[in-house]
Design a protein around this ligand. Structure first.
Ligand code: PMP
Length: 435
């Protein structure tokens, strides 16, 4: 029995008191009042399978995470200016998941703030603010992050690339100029860096940093060809820049075969940014870097962050890591993701609308096209399918520059029964579209 306001009343109040830049999902928005595991519940008590939320990583309202938060909130919350076990225990534990070289962490409050700090660190380490970004990418909502996000500055309301921003080609083996995952594709895409570096050098400049998601999210759920990051990192470093891996969407075991996406490319970044899943929905984030970069940031200016690294956030972060281990969620993501991808690839033979299926672990994209040769984006059909999933009580979002990619990134407790339900619903949806 829900006693809150009606959907109409909530929408009216949002209109009066909030910015129209806040968007809502679906033609008829949902009111969600509760979450549990991989499920959300609306005000009528109806359950929805959540295949969107990669933030509530270990499941909505996981009891262990909730208990850790409640207990620490009832005991103490301060900042990093006092000694506290939680900061140190959490920092040690988190760094334990990284190669030895990545030995220093900063705790912050959002993915945007993490990238913002990463840019400052990179600038101190390289003495240059020139930033290389991948076309189509999104890195956050602050000034510096919007500047670093072609998805924003080239999109609606954007003002184009700022003078210090240099776009490099998106390594997209489905839509880009170099197709497939052959042994040369990675280096072919990485060669585009030479163009930017030559241009910079001609202007007597050098790169400050190169930032890249280890699996592309907003740019279109793209698994980059092997060798791409190795070659890019070599070139950027040789020219004096540092390499930032944005793991905000995909970190913490989602990619299945590894804890971090960069590991699947066989590289070690100079700076890694973490966010979304790190606190299972509690606003926290982190920047992980080398001692060398961290030392370059010691300029005499204090770095203070009111909320970053507080005892409550650290207790929550610690509980999330424990749950990932105890429930073996990384291995689970790999198993479930492999199963889902293999079934989707079978379906792609049956339905022409499925142009491409790709992903790692529980981070998958299904690209829909009306013509498999021309790869014409099936944008309208994608929207219809998402509404169809909603009628079947499955929540799904779309992605990519043409909004024609079904984006799969559920809480990591999503299992095979859920995958089967999704596949059946996709099949009925595709049939409904006359496929
Ligand atoms: N980086 C990536 C890759 C993201 O997807 C996002 C958020 N969608 C961010 C950074 C920014 O994170 P936040 O919204 O927590 O500031």
């Amino acid at each position: 029995n829900h006693s809150g306001r009606s959907k109409a009343a909530l929408m009216a109040s949002r209109q009066s008191h909030f910015s129209p830049t806040l968007s809502l999902s679906y033609n008829e928005p949902l009111k969600i009042v509760r979450g549990l595991g991989a499920y959300l519940f609306d005000e009528q008590g109806r359950d929805y399978l959540d295949m969107v939320n990669n933030v509530c990583h270990v499941g909505h309202c996981h009891p262990k995470v909730v208990a850790a938060a409640q207990q620490q909130m009832a005991t103490l919350n301060t900042n990093t200016r006092y000694l506290h076990d939680n900061l140190v225990s959490y920092g040690e534990r988190l760094l334990g998941y990284f190669p030895d070289k990545l030995a220093v962490c900063f705790l912050v409050n959002s993915g945007s703030e993490a990238n913002e700090l990463a840019f400052r660190l990179a600038r101190c380490a390289s003495k240059s603010r020139e930033l290389l970004v991948v076309d189509g990418a999104y890195h956050g909502n602050t000034n510096a992050c919007v500047d670093a996000s072609p998805y924003k500055f080239d999109g609606p309301g954007g003002e184009g690339a700022a003078a210090h921003i240099h776009k490099v080609m998106l390594p997209d083996p489905y839509r880009g100029p170099y197709a497939g995952y052959g042994p040369k594709t990675g280096s072919q895409y990485a060669a585009d860096i030479k163009r930017v570096l030559a241009d910079l050098s001609w202007q007597d400049k050098k790169p400050g940093a190169y930032i890249c998601e280890s699996v592309q999210g907003v740019a279109g759920q793209i698994v980059m060809p092997q060798g791409y990051l190795t070659s890019v990192y070599e070139q950027v470093r040789a020219a004096g820049g540092v390499c930032i891996a944005d793991e905000v969407q995909i970190g913490f075991g989602r990619v299945g075969e590894a804890m971090w996406g960069f590991e699947t490319q066989g590289v070690v970044p100079d700076i890694v940014t973490l966010g979304k899943p790190i606190g299972n929905g509690h606003p926290m984030a982190a920047v992980i870097t080398t001692r060398k970069v961290a030392d370059a940031f010691v300029t005499g200016m204090e770095y203070f962050n009111t909320f970053g690294g507080n005892p409550v956030s650290c207790a929550i972060g610690q509980a999330v890591l424990e749950v990932i281990e105890e429930q073996q969620l990384q291995a689970h993501a790999r198993r479930t993701g492999d199963y889902l991808q293999s079934k989707l690839k079978e379906m792609a033979h049956e339905f022409e609308l499925i142009g491409d299926v790709r992903g790692l672990g529980l981070f998958i994209g299904v690209e829909l096209v009306t013509d498999s040769h021309r790869k014409t984006p099936a944008t309208a059909q994608t929207k219809l399918l998402i509404e169809h999933f909603k009628t079947q009580r499955i929540l799904l979002s779309s992605e990519g520059p043409f909004n024609n990619i079904l984006k799969i990134k559920p809480p990591m407790v999503f299992g095979q029964p859920e995958a089967d339900r999704f596949l059946d619903t996709l099949r009925s949806g595709l049939r409904g579209l006359g496929q």
